[in-house]
Design a protein around this ligand. Structure first.
Ligand code: F6P
Length: 536
C-alpha cells in the first residue's frame, strides 16, 4: 500500500467522526506549530481539522517519500528545478542578500545586491524630492503591470498602509481602458512617475497601458521618458521603449513572476514605505526561509500548512479553499494567493509528463472578515459542500485608540472557527424553537433551518501585528507551502503553460474583430459573439 492509499483508507475510516471529539488536553498544542522571531511569535493552529496522529504521520511520510527536504535544498542552492523551462528557482535569493548562491557556476549575488542598492538610492531620491518630474517633486507613482507584476505589490501596499509615507502609489493592470483612464484622470502628469513592471516586457496588457501612459504624459511633459522607470528581465526591450538604463531595474529569469515582489517588482512598495521598511519585509521572508530550511518537517510551518492542504484537497477531495484574513489590510491577499497557488499548482500533468494521479491544487478564494460573514459564510456553514477555511488574525492592530474594534474583530474570527467546528444540533435548535413557543411540526420545520452540521475544518494563522517583517513571513510561508504541495503532487510549480492558449487566440481574434480577417474556423458561439461586437 502506498502512503496515498493508506491516507485514503484512514480518511474513509474517520470521515464521519466529530473533530470536536478529538480534543483532549494535548490536541491544541500537538496540532499547532509556532515560530518565534524578532517580530514576535507566529502560531499556526490546525487542530480544528480532522487530522489525527495517524493522519499526520502518514502525511509526513508522504512528504518524506516525495523528497521534500532534498528538493527544498536543491531550490535554495540554485538547481534547475523548473525543469520544463530549464530554470533555477531563486526568488529566495532576493531576500537573502547576504547569502551566496550560483547558477551555472556564476555567483548571482553581486548583481542582486547592486540592483537592490540602486533601487534604494532611486527610492530615496524620489521620496526626498531629489528626483523630480517636470512640475517638481513626485506626488504619484503609477505601476503598470499585471499578474505577478501587480498582485504582490498591490497586496503589500495595502497591507503596509500604516508605513506608507512616500508618494501615493496607484496600480494599473487591466487592458480594459477603463482602468488606466480612471487611475490617470485625477493625476498631474508633471509630478507623476510611471513604472512599467513586466518580467518579459512583452505582455500585451502592460505594453498597451504603457503606450497609453506615455501619450498621456507626452501631452503635458516635454521629456516624458524621463518620468518613466522599468522593472524587467529584458534590458534591450526597456531600452527600445526609451527608458534610460539608470531607471531600469533588472532581474533574472529564475525569479518567477508570481514570486517576484521581493526584488525590483517591489519598487512601487519601496517607494511607498521606504527602503528600511522594505528591508524589514525582506528580513521577514528570510526568517521564514531559515525556518523552512532548518526545522524538522513535523515542526515546519510551511510543511504543516502544505500537509493540511493536501489532506483537504487531495485526500478528502474538497475542491476549494477559502482564505479569510481578519485583517482589512490583507484584503488583496486572497487575490494574490489565487495566482500564487492556482498558477503554480493548477496542473494536470506531473513533472515527467504523465497524467496526475490526484486532483490538482484547489480553487482558492476569499474575502476579509468580517465582511465575508455577511456575504458567503451562509454557504460555508450550511451549504452541502465542505469548504476548508484558513483564517488569518493579528493579535493587535495599528490603531490603539480603536483597540475595542480589534477585540470585536478577534471575537468574530474565533467565533467563526468555533461555529464551524461545533455546529448546532437539531436538539439544540428544537429547544430554541420551543423557547419561542413553537410546537409540533412547525417547531421541527423551523428548527431544521437552524441546524449547523459543524465538523467543518479550519486553520488559523495568528501573528502579533501586521508589520513589514510579519508580512514577509506570511508571504514566504505561503510560497513554501505551494512548493511543498507541488513536490508532493510531483508537479512543476514554476511554469504556467496553461495561460498561453488564451493569449494566442486573443491575438488571432484581433484582426477578426477589426474586420481584417474572417472568423472561418471559429465555432458558432465565437462567431456569433464577434458579430455582436462588430455590429456595435
Ligand atoms: O499570463 C501569466 C503571466 O505570465 C504571469 O505568470 C505573470 O506574472 C504575468 O503574466 C505578467 O508577466 P510579465 O511580468 O512578463 O508582464
Amino acid at each position: 500500500m502506498t502512503n496515498w492509499d493508506e491516507l485514503k483508507r484512514h480518511q474513509e475510516a474517520v470521515k464521519d467522526r466529530a473533530i470536536l471529539s478529538l480534543f483532549d488536553k494535548e490536541r491544541a498544542a500537538a496540532f499547532s506549530a509556532r515560530l518565534g522571531s524578532e517580530g514576535g511569535e507566529m502560531l499556526l493552529d490546525f487542530s480544528k481539522t480532522n487530522i489525527d496522529a495517524e493522519a499526520l504521520a502518514l502525511l509526513l511520510s508522504l512528504a518524506e517519500a516525495a523528497g521534500v527536504a532534498a528538493r527544498r535544498d536543491a531550490m535554495f542552492t540554485g538547481a534547475k528545478i523548473n525543469e520544463t523551462e530549464g530554470r533555477a528557482v531563486l526568488h529566495t535569493a532576493l531576500r537573502n542578500l547576504e547569502g551566496s548562491v550560483s547558477v551555472d557556476g556564476q555567483d548571482v549575488m553581486p548583481a542582486l545586491r547592486e540592483t537592490h542598492v540602486r533601487m534604494q538610492a532611486f527610492a530615496r531620491d524620489v521620496r526626498a524630492g531629489r528626483f523630480t518630474g517636470q512640475g517638481g517633486a513626485i506626488t504619484d507613482v503609477v505601476n503598470i503591470g499585471i499578474g505577478g507584476s501587480d498582485l504582490g505589490p498591490v497586496m503589500a501596499t495595502l497591507a503596509l498602509a500604516p508605513y506608507h509615507d512616500g508618494p501615493a502609489v496607484h496600480y494599473v493592470s487591466n487592458v480594459d481602458g477603463a482602468h488606466i483612464h480612471d487611475v490617470l484622470k485625477p493625476l498631474n502628469p508633471e509630478t507623476t512617475l510611471v513604472i512599467i513592471a513586466s518580467k518579459t516586457f512583452t505582455t500585451i496588457e502592460t505594453m498597451t497601458n504603457a503606450e497609453t501612459a506615455r501619450r498621456w504624459m507626452a501631452a503635458k511633459v516635454a521629456d516624458p521618458a524621463a518620468q518613466f522607470a522599468a522593472v524587467s528581465t529584458a534590458a534591450e526591450k526597456t531600452a527600445a521603449f526609451g527608458i534610460a538604463p539608470a531607471r531600469v531595474f533588472g532581474f533574472e529569469d529564475w525569479v518567477g513572476g508570481r514570486y517576484s515582489m521581493w526584488g525590483p517588482i517591489g519598487l512601487a512598495v519601496m517607494l511607498a514605505v521606504g527602503p528600511e521598511e522594505f528591508d524589514a519585509f525582506l528580513a521577514g521572508g528570510a526568517a521564514m526561509d531559515a525556518h523552512f530550511r532548518a526545522a524538522p518537517l513535523a515542526q515546519n510551518l510551511p510543511v504543516l500548512l502544505a500537509l493540511v492542504g493536501i489532506w483537504h484537497a487531495q485526500v478528502c477531495g474538497h475542491a476549494t479553499r477559502a482564505v479569510l484574513p481578519y485583517d482589512q489590510r490583507l484584503s488583496r491577499l486572497p487575490a494574490y494567493l489565487q495566482q500564487l497557488e492556482m498558477e503554480s499548482n493548477g496542473k494536470r500533468v506531473a513533472m515527467d509528463g504523465t497524467d496526475l494521479a490526484f486532483d490538482s491544487g484547489p480553487v482558492v478564494w476569499g474575502e476579509p472578515g468580517t465582511n465575508g460573514q455577511h456575504a458567503f459564510y451562509q454557504l460555508i456553514h450550511q451549504g452541502t459542500r465542505v469548504v476548508p477555511c484558513e483564517f488569518l488574525l493579528a493579535a493587535t492592530g495599528h490603531e490603539p485608540d480603536l483597540a475595542h474594534q480589534h477585540r470585536l474583530l478577534i471575537a468574530n474570527c474565533l467565533a467563526q472557527s468555533e461555529a464551524l467546528l461545533r455546529g448546532r444540533s437539531l436538539d439544540q435548535a428544537l429547544q430554541m424553537m420551543a423557547a419561542k413557543g413553537l410546537t409540533g411540526a412547525e417547531q421541527e420545520r423551523q428548527a431544521r433551518h437552524r441546524v449547523f452540521p459543524g465538523n467543518r475544518p479550519s486553520t488559523t494563522l495568528a501573528y502579533p501585528k501586521l508589520t513589514p517583517f510579519v508580512l514577509g513571513q506570511i508571504i514566504a510561508l505561503y510560497e513554501h507551502r505551494v512548493f511543498v504541495e507541488g513536490v508532493i503532487l510531483g508537479i512543476n510549480s514554476y511554469d504556467q503553460w496553461g495561460v498561453e492558449l488564451g493569449k494566442e487566440l486573443a491575438l488571432a481574434l484581433q484582426p477578426v474583430l477589426e474586420g481584417q480577417a474572417d472568423g472561418a474556423g471559429k465555432d458558432g458561439s465565437t462567431r456569433m459573439l464577434v458579430e455582436y461586437m462588430r455590429g456595435r
